[in-house]
Design a protein around this ligand. Sequence first.
Ligand code: GDP
Ligand code: IMO
Ligand code: MG
Length: 425
Amino acid sequence: MKVDVLLGLQWGDEGKGKAVDVLTPHYDVVARFQGGPNAGHTLEFEGHKMVLHTIPSGIFRENTKNVIGNGVIIDPYVMCQEIKEASQYTDVRSKLFVSLKANLILPTHRLLDHANEAAMGSKKIGSTLKGIGPTYTDKTARNGIRVGDLLLPDFDKKYRALRDAHLRRVESMGFDFSDVRMEGMSFADYEQAWLAAVEQLRGYQLVSTEYLVNNALADGHAVLAEGAQGTLLDVDFGTYPYVTSSNTITAGACSGLGVAPGNIGRVFGLFKAYCTRVGTGVFPTELFDGTGEYMRKQGQEFGATTKRPRRCGWMDLTLLKYACMLNGVTDLIMMKVDVLNGFDKVKVCTDYQIDGQVTREIPFRIDERIQPVYTELEGWKQPFESGRLAPALENYLHFVEEYLGRKTYIVSYGPDREETLVFGK
Ligand code: GDP
Ligand code: IMO
Ligand code: MG
């Protein structure tokens, strides 16, 4: 068996949580491979709504193991709160496996995130302030503390040393954190809550998830890797420096789970029928007019993690093609087609015009020089007409498939698990 991968092809929030939940009945294991609680994956089922930040989106289905891989970074407090909430609906504890090699987000990583953003002023990344950048920085600088360290006798000493070094750095930056709030708490209160959560975390199934995943494959079990963020937020290939600090692409599933490249199977590439972005950075097809406002309202485009309004615009096929190439996408999943209901015409960007030249290649600098070139297509009133896909929507799908050279596997037309059309196998 091989690991299938499901990931976002835009700037995140494509609907990965919902899509993973829909596909989970076909899988024995669902695994997150990168990112941390900067992610917010929304699931709606049986009248419930839940936003997951760290736990994989397969958690609400029976008989599925849910793995938090080594590439993920974990904030014990956020994770324990999430486990508490999800436990209303399912037995999380028995289904959740956490990598011993996953790095921990310390309260002082969050302080550093605040301090770094404040220091950047108008050039700030628009980070979720969950401590992502500083934690991955410590990981690659080989200073990080990992889940497995929780079980070793020198954890307290290690924690103090790293925390104190961070506090010295914050102080040297002249950053006053008296007003900073973390999950509604001051730093001092948060640290206490965090340390209590660390105690709880020790009681979960902390294992070498690389063995769990590879043994599952060897035993003929199906594994789905769930991406976080999106391809355009990838630290190498995204709109750098306005990106996150991990590899969000398929390759990230190999390093973030310990899976060899030859063991990757299908790659499901998700995108909205339009496009959104939160945080700073260029977004060539962004709409600043009433149409963008309409998409935000219809699509409820407000961040699942930070509640910030999402910037909205037309779908950008130039970027999607690049994302398909980087990820080796085999199947397309188009989300939120219902949000465009009622438009007479819809637009898709097919080329970039840069300094008078028309191109489909993504330039090194993705900046304001880029002028999107649009193709206009017929809109649809409803996703379905007379019991079948509306012809205009079908035409839109075909246009996208033709451009990207891949077939559509799923079309999603509402937030609920049931509002999903699956083509083929
Ligand atoms: P993720 O981060 O990729 O999991 O996506 P988010 O959960 O951050 O954002 C997607 C939002 O769209 C959530 O509020 C979902 O409930 C919602 N959603 C997912 N699929 C659809 C759909 O097909 N139509 C509509 N209207 N909403 C959807
Ligand atoms: P999901 O998994 C959308 C964005 C932030 C910011 C940039 C860096 O729900 O799709 P970070 O906190 O990672 O240092 O922020 O990345 N960002 C996301 N945008 N969806 C996400 O996750 C995101 N995770 C981070 O807004 O611009
Ligand atoms: Mg999200």
